[in-house]
Design a protein around this ligand. Structure first.
Ligand code: BG6
Length: 478
């Protein structure tokens, strides 16, 4: 058994964390352009008004904008046949409200896609990956407003119409389900109108978040429906941040708490996107959590008609849920969860659990029977550059090896897994902390938290390991 022939191997990035060139060639400012860098201890700050003296990590990031040819050549050298990347909405519609797209923005992505295709790499494109135009935050309070549905549709349609001949695989929203967690109000929903302050003190209103998520789900369905009608053969996917959780004990109360937690965070959005309707348990959940979804005529029909063709997820860690006061807190993926004594954690508190990936993939497959891609998985760590320039990142290799082995098991279990894209295959800015030193890359970029660095690229040991994994199609992982 093992990975099927033609399995997709590659890496994943997001424009705001990678591209830089934040105000070049007509690009407008997006929400992440208003976010300063932080650290594990110090939360990032959002500035309603940009401070000329402050450092905003997305402004230069690791400058894919001016290095794309070199970077894609390195990806090809690793043997990739897929590259997940995102489009910066504000490169195409600088404020989000223009009626015509910015040609310079479209032309940039056209060059990138052409370069990928010339290297035999299939582009997989996220339409919205934490890159909301800041103007839409200011004017509409982001996704709190239904106006965003049509503005997003105009943006997505412009991409599909221009690139359908070059791009077949699209994801409508990155980690759409993070709206379920308070931090989702910022990067995902943009419901931070007028807000200056840290990510730790975001104003929180669960009813507003879940209605903003509803608007995103309707927008996603509307675009999926359009893609299917106007560009047959296009593959439209969701993208969920899957955080598997385990009950702390066999106490039935813990089991139920975990089931509810799994439903709320991991299944709610994808049930809508894959099945075309809110799950039957949603009504009770809404009532118990004080949520009233403002459903408009036509919404349910759109949700039904705009279901996805494949399911994608990010997977980094698992958590523990319980009702007893014995449960210790642990950090992770911009969320909190319970500590698992059987697992080790990264320096940022993310609990490493490859078996959890096998479990998650089996559960997703059993539930939806749709092709699955793991479009983010990775290990953030501090790297040491040796005097000769080499970087021995065994910790990253170990994480990769274990997760590829877990996917291999899942494939042998019968799961319809079709691809894997490692998160941050080249160093990019961390979304959660805004740091550079939390690196995921197989390719090192000489760029540091204080904004210094030559931006030179170099290969870490993991670069050669991943190259081998791909050449062997995931067999013989030693
Ligand atoms: C996912 C996001 O949540 O995790 C990425 O889709 C993000 O944008 C990745 O970078 C890793 O998180 P972090 O906070 O370590 O960058």
């Amino acid at each position: 058994m093992g990975f099927p022939k033609g399995f997709y191997w590659g890496g994943a990035t997001a424009a705001n964390q990678y591209e830089g060139a934040w105000n070049v060639d007509g690009k407008g400012d997006s929400l992440p352009d208003h976010m300063r860098g932080g650290s594990f201890e110090t939360p990032r700050q959002i500035d309603a008004t940009l401070d000329a003296g402050a450092l905003y990590p997305s402004h230069e990031a690791t400058d894919f904008y001016h290095h794309y040819e070199e970077d894609i050549a390195l990806f090809a050298e690793m043997g990739w046949n897929i590259f997940r990347m995102s489009i910066n909405w504000t490169r195409i519609f600088p404020t989000g409200e223009e009626t015509e797209p910015n040609e310079e923005g479209l032309a940039f992505y056209e060059r990138v896609f052409d370069c990928c295709l010339a290297h035999g790499i299939t582009p997989l494109v996220t339409i919205s990956h934490y890159e909301l135009p800041y103007h839409l935050v200011e004017k509409y309070n982001g996704w709190a407003s239904r106006e965003l549905i049509d503005l997003y549709f105009r943006y997505g349609k412009a991409l599909l119409d221009r690139f359908a001949g070059k791009v077949k695989h699209w994801l409508t929203f990155n980690e759409i389900n993070v709206a379920g967690a308070p931090f989702g109000a910022a990067l995902s929903l943009g419901t931070v109108q007028g807000y200056t302050g840290t990510m730790a003190n975001l104003p929180d209103d669960i009813n507003l978040r879940m209605n903003a998520l509803h608007n995103q789900l309707v927008a996603s369905a509307k675009l999926v429906k359009y893609a299917h009608e106007a560009h047959p053969g296009t593959m439209m996917g969701n993208m969920d941040c899957f955080i598997l959780s385990y009950p702390e004990t066999c106490d039935p109360a813990d089991q139920w708490a975990n089931l509810e937690g799994m439903r709320y965070f991991n299944w709610y959005s994808s049930d809508v996107q894959a099945r075309g309707a809110y799950p039957t348990w949603a009504r009770r959940m809404w009532a118990e959590r004080g949520i009233e979804i403002e459903m408009q005529p036509g919404d349910e029909e759109l949700l039904r008609e705009g279901t996805i063709d494949f399911y994608t997820l990010s997977y980094y860690m698992s958590n523990v849920v319980g009702t007893h006061d014995t449960l210790e807190e642990s950090a992770g993926n911009m969320t909190q969860g319970g500590k698992n004594p059987y697992l080790e954690s990264s320096e940022w508190g993310w609990q490493i659990d490859p078996t959890g990936l096998r479990i998650a993939l089996n559960e997703i497959w059993d539930r939806y029977q749709l092709p699955i891609m793991v479009v983010e998985n990775g290990f953030g760590a501090k790297d040491e550059v040796e005097p000769d320039g080499s970087i021995h990142d065994d910790y990253r290799i170990s994480y990769l090896r274990k997760h590829v082995a877990a996917m291999h098991e899942a494939v042998d279990d019968g799961v319809g897994l079709i691809g894997y894209t490692w998160w941050g295959p080249i160093d990019v800015v961390s979304a959660g902390t805004g740091e550079m030193r939390k690196r995921y890359g197989f390719i090192y970029v000489d760029k540091h938290d204080d904004g210094t660095g030559t931006l030179a690229r170099s290969r870490k040991d993991s670069f050669f390991y991943y190259q081998k994994v791909i050449a062997r199609n995931g067999e013989d992982l030693d």
